[in-house]
Design a protein around this ligand. Structure first.
Ligand SMILES: [Zn+2]
Length: 407
C-alpha cells in the first residue's frame, strides 16, 4: 500500500505514515511523523509552554486492526518542562489514550458493553489484564461525564445484589420508566439509600412518585425520611422471590426427610434438578404431572406449591385483592409450615405496600431483567474482586454508561 493511502486511512491530524513494517507478520508496524512542527501541549496543565522541547522519543500505541491484522503505531513523542511545577512531562495527544488510540479504547468499550471481557479480549487478541485496564479507564472517564448529576426518577426501584461471597453487596437504584440503573454503591441498607437521596437533594426527592423495594426495614425508613411523597410498593418481583424461597425451604426439608427414609421416588422429585420446574410460574404439563405426583406423595410440598399458586390469583382483580390477601395470610399461618407461617406474618406487616401495587403498577419485568444481567456480571465479578469496577460495569451493562442505552 502506498504511504499516502495509509496516511489517509489512519486519518490522524498532523501525522503521516513514513514507513510500514511487519507485513509478513501478524501485525503492521506504522512509523508516524508530524507533518507540521506544532509546539507540544503539556500533559500536566494542558498548556503550551514557550520553553524548548526537553527531549524526544518514540512510543508504541495500538490502533484499530487493518485487514484483520493488529496495527502498532510508532509515534514520535516529546517531553516538556512544565512551568507550573517544573516537572518533565510527556506531551498530550488528544487522539491517544495511554498506549492505545482513542478509537481503539472506544472499540474495546463497545465490545465489553455487549459481551464479557474475556470474549472481547479473545476477539481483539488482548489479554484479560489489558482489557480490564482499558475498560476501567474508559468507564472512569465516562462516569465523570455521565453519572453526575444523578437523574431524578419519577418511579424508581431499589435492590441489592451480592458481588462476593460472605455477604458483600452492592445497592442499585433503577429508574423504572427509563429502564436503567441510575445509581449504585457498595453496601446495602439505609446508609446507602440515604446517600442516594442526599445526592438528589430535598426538592428532587419530593418529586419521586413511587419506590419499589423488597420491603426491608432499612430501605423503608430511608424512603419515608427522604422521598416523602412517594408511594412504597412491595413489587411482584420481590413477592415472587419470597414465595419461591419459601417453597424451596420446604422442598429442602422434605428432601432431607425423604433421603433419611430411603424414599427414592420422592427424593427424585424433590431433587434440585426438578427445582426449576417447581419454580416456574407458567403451568406446563411437566409441572402438572409433578404436582399430581407430589399431591399423592408429599402433602407439605404440595401444600406449599398451592399456596404459592394461590398468591398469584390475588393480583387478578384489584377489587377483591384486599380480601384475597387477608385470606391468603390466614391460610399461610394455618398451614403450620414454618416458612409460610413466617411469610404470612411478613405479608401481614407489609400488606399496605403489597396493595400499593394496584395504585402504581411498577412492572416486574424491568427489575427482573436488570437483576439477571447484574447477577451474570456478579458471577464474573468473583474473578476481578474490584468492587468499583463492578459498580462501573453495572452502569455499562444496565445503565447510563451503556453505548446503546444512552443514545
Ligand atoms: Zn504544564
Amino acid at each position: 500500500m502506498h504511504l499516502d493511502t495509509i496516511t489517509k486511512l489512519l486519518d490522524i491530524p498532523n501525522y503521516r505514515a513514513v514507513e510500514v513494517t511487519g507485513r509478513e507478520y501478524d501485525f503492521f508496524g506504522v512509523t508516524l511523523e508530524r507533518v507540521k512542527d506544532i509546539p507540544p501541549v503539556c500533559s500536566g496543565c494542558g498548556r503550551i509552554h514557550g520553553a524548548s522541547v526537553h527531549s524526544r522519543g518514540t512510543m508504541i500505541a495500538e490502533d484499530l486492526q487493518i485487514s484483520g491484522k493488529r496495527v502498532l503505531l510508532l509515534v514520535p513523542k516529546r517531553k516538556v518542562k512544565c512551568s507550573e511545577d517544573g516537572t518533565i512531562r510527556v506531551e498530550a495527544l488528544q487522539w491517544l489514550n495511554g498506549r492505545f488510540t482513542d478509537r481503539f479504547t472506544e472499540q474495546v468499550y463497545r465490545l465489553t458493553s455487549i459481551t464479557t471481557n474475556q470474549e472481547a479480549g479473545w476477539f481483539l487478541k488482548l489479554d484479560d489484564e489489558t482489557v480490564y485496564r482499558i475498560d476501567k479507564r474508559k468507564l472512569e472517564e465516562l462516569a465523570l461525564e455521565k453519572l453526575d448529576p444523578v437523574p431524578v426518577p419519577k418511579h424508581m426501584s431499589v435492590d441489592e445484589v451480592a458481588w462476593q461471597k460472605w455477604h458483600k453487596y452492592v445497592t442499585n437504584v433503577v429508574d423504572v420508566d427509563q429502564r436503567k440503573v441510575i445509581w449504585n454503591d457498595q453496601g446495602r441498607g439505609k446508609v446507602n439509600l440515604d446517600k442516594f437521596f442526599r445526592s438528589l437533594g430535598k426538592e428532587n426527592c419530593e418529586k419521586i412518585e413511587a419506590v419499589a423495594c423488597d420491603g426491608a426495614r432499612g430501605y423503608l425508613s430511608s424512603i419515608k425520611q427522604y422521598a416523602t411523597n412517594a408511594l412504597i410498593v412491595l413489587d411482584h418481583f420481590h413477592v415472587k422471590k419470597y414465595l419461591n424461597d419459601a417453597v424451596d425451604t420446604v422442598r429442602k426439608e422434605e428432601l432431607k426427610k425423604a433421603r433419611q427414609q430411603n424414599n427414592g421416588e420422592l427424593s427424585s422429585i424433590l431433587h434440585c434438578n426438578k427445582r426449576f420446574i417447581l419454580m416456574q410460574n407458567k403451568v406446563t404439563t411437566k409441572k402438572q404431572d409433578l404436582l399430581e405426583k407430589l399431591a399423592s406423595l408429599n402433602e407439605r410440598v404440595y401444600q406449599a406449591m398451592l399456596l404459592k399458586e394461590q398468591f398469584v390469583s390475588i393480583y387478578t382483580d384489584p377489587r377483591t385483592a384486599r380480601g384475597a390477601l387477608n385470606e391468603w395470610i390466614i391460610a399461610a399461618i394455618k398451614s403450620k409450615i414454618p416458612a409460610f407461617v413466617e411469610l404470612g406474618y411478613k405479608f401481614f406487616r407489609k400488606r399496605s405496600y403489597l396493595l400499593n401495587y394496584f395504585l402504581c403498577k411498577i412492572t416486574t419485568a424491568i427489575s427482573e431483567g436488570i437483576n439477571n444481567k447484574i447477577k451474570r456480571l456478579s458471577r464474573m465479578a468473583y474473578g476481578y474482586k474490584d468492587v468499583h469496577y463492578f459498580l462501573l460495569k453495572i452502569h455499562q451493562h444496565c445503565g447510563l454508561l451503556n453505548p446503546k442505552l444512552s443514545t
